[in-house]
Design a binder for this molecule. Sequence first.
Ligand SMILES: [Zn+2]
Length: 154
Amino acid sequence: MKLEIELIPDSTMMINLRQQLSSYRWRQLSRHIQERDQYTCQICRRVKGEQIDKLHCHEVWAFDEEYGIQYLIGLQSLCFKCHMIKHIGFAEMNGWIEKYQLIEHFCWVNQVAAADYAIHFHEAVQLWIARNRIDWLVDLGDYTAYEMPKRGVE
Ligand SMILES: [Zn+2]
């Protein structure tokens, strides 16, 4: 599936690049990532200024269960709905969007039925429960020293 739920373990919810950087640096980085991604949601391909108003910068993680390390492996521009599906518990908790709207988006992007969403959600929660048993070390890699690439270099 193109769009999957990725629940962050409780213990590392607040340990991420966004928290490490000043809001100024985060906005600068986020703008750069949007430019790199050609102002397009990297999952559903909707475009900022056309089908959507804005893009979020999403931190992409890899989990090494054996060593208990959570690695930041990339950043990507996502639309609000794709991003909120990634962190579905968080969106609901904050009342930012109705759950049925997220399920509709999930089904549209993945071309699946609501029953498939229910199965996927269940699996994501099971994975989250298993990952919550691990004492994670978060590795932000080189991203904290992120330098803005010069225009035209990439
Ligand atoms: Zn999207």
